[in-house]
Design a protein. Structure first.
Length: 135
C-alpha cells in the first residue's frame, strides 16, 4: 500500500531542495493525467496516465519564483528535460508503509496531475548524493 504525504505549501521550497539532493541521479518515469481523469488520493497508478519520460536520471525539483509552480528537471548532459508545471495546487510524497520513497504526485489547479515514479523505491537516508565521498 502506498501512503500519500501532503507537503504544505510553505514547505515546498525546503522540501524540493532536500528531495532533489537525496534523489539526484535516481532513475524516474513521469506521467501526466489530464483534467478529466483525476487520481484518487490513495492511487499511484492511473489507467489514464500518459507516460512522458522513462528511465531518466532525476536532476531536481524547484519552486518557481512566483511560488505557484514547480520546475522539474530530468536527465544530464545532452539528453535532458526541463518541465515547468504552473498553477500547482498540491505536492504529495508517495511512499511505502516501510518509508521507502516511490515518487511524487504534483496536482495542478485544472484537476490534472504529474506523476514522478522512481524505478527503484529507496529510503532517502540510504542514498548518497552524487559527488559525495563516503566517510
Amino acid at each position: 500500500m502506498i501512503r500519500v504525504n501532503n507537503i504544505a505549501r510553505h514547505q515546498w521550497a525546503e522540501f524540493c531542495d532536500e528531495f532533489s539532493l537525496e534523489h539526484h541521479g535516481c532513475l524516474v518515469a513521469t506521467s501526466v493525467i489530464e483534467q478529466e481523469a483525476p487520481l484518487s488520493s490513495g492511487e499511484t497508478e492511473h489507467p489514464h496516465a500518459h507516460l512522458t519520460a522513462r528511465d531518466f536520471p532525476f536532476a531536481g525539483l524547484h519552486v518557481l519564483p512566483n511560488g505557484r509552480g514547480l520546475e522539474l528537471s530530468l536527465g544530464d548532459g545532452k539528453l535532458h528535460i526541463h518541465e515547468l508545471i504552473s498553477e500547482v495546487s498540491g505536492l504529495h510524497l508517495l511512499e511505502t508503509a516501510e518509508g521507502l520513497h516511490t515518487g511524487l504526485r504534483i496536482d495542478k489547479r485544472n484537476g490534472g496531475s504529474v506523476l514522478l515514479s522512481f524505478r527503484f523505491p529507496a529510503r532517502p537516508e540510504t542514498l548518497k548524493p552524487l559527488g559525495v565521498a563516503a566517510v
